[in-house]
Design a protein around this ligand. Sequence first.
Ligand SMILES: [Mg+2]
Ligand SMILES: [Zn+2]
Length: 192
Amino acid sequence: MSAAIFLDRDGVLIEDVHLLTNPRDIRVLEGVPQALRSLKEAGFQLIVISNQTVVARGLFTEQGVCAINAEMERLLEQAGGPHLDGFYFCPHHPKATLPAYRIACECRKPRPGLLLRAAREHDLNLGASFMVGDRITDIIAGARAGCRTVLIETGKHEAPPIETVEPLDESVQPDHICVALTAAAEWILRVR
Ligand SMILES: [Mg+2]
Ligand SMILES: [Zn+2]
């Protein structure tokens, strides 16, 4: 069994752009390729876990999200980053514009469904894994999956919480708080 670093996408790997639907708008955050490389070299699998409400709102397709993810990976590798091991995203929303996506699913963070699915499909030890995100909902999802958690303060940590079908568990705190993935990676490599 291996361990993973579960990575929120927007605000952790790339700039959090409102309605990211054009690959040309992808901006890899500073230091991210090198931070990912150090985590990969330490034996972690790297798995992206993302809510993509744009799909539920009918503003973008699932194929479009996959195309953005592929372009992001290309940019990361071009900048010296490693190959990523998996991409998982939730296209649903409890109040989706498109009826097909209008469900209270198990995969939308703060629920841990995507992490649990990734753990099954990649044979991961969740207790040895970490979730890194820039919203408290990322932290709650990671904690509920049994991972240690790191909150990156790039801005969205101060934004109002996303709409959820249940009240947020305010007792959940990140195990570590820092300003960027580079610092998160250093901490993870120290405490793992
Ligand atoms: Mg985010
Ligand atoms: Zn979902």
